[in-house]
Design a protein around this ligand. Sequence first.
Ligand code: GLN
Length: 201
Amino acid sequence: MRVGILAVQGDFAAHARVLQRLGVQARLVRQADDLDGLEAIILPGGESTAMLKLLAPGGLMERLRAFVSERPVLATCAGAILLARRVLGPEQPSLGVLNMTAVRNAYGRQIDSCIRLARVRPEFAAVLGAELETVLIRAPRFQDLGAGVEIVAEADAENGCEPLLLRQGRILAASFHPELGQEDKVHRWFLAQAQTALQSR
Ligand code: GLN
């Protein structure tokens, strides 16, 4: 399967290492043509404002919007911010394909980075197990989840629970960094879903 990783900024190399461990040689995507022939893509963490600036030249933003509108996507942290329908804290443009609001830096600053265990919803426990290790670094909060968005994993919060991993059809979006943890579960699941999507095309 031909999987790309957006590589204009951020921790794309860490995702590439996980995929390599899983036997997939990813293509780094830096310009619009790099998307040609790809079957799935990872949007990594980093700094979404910087990514937006680097996506503008050469039509990459528009090609990427078309790609993520129809192909399997794994988006982590800043990548999930890029995908969101709406971005707050402050407002900024986005690809607008994931039906939720991403509130940037909602869990605090760099110094507040932490590892939390997230509870996997029972319907996803067969593939992901009961818990996921989540590395949160200036992470966005996912809120105002709209139609078609499922909570896959969540953590306790002051006012109930908050989602840390979402699925909307062929899109997986994590507020955390699965590529920095000790587990490959999220990437394995993404590759399996991408494989299924490929076979049904
Ligand atoms: N706070 C960053 C942003 O707004 C995301 C942080 C990350 O990807 N670890 O883009």
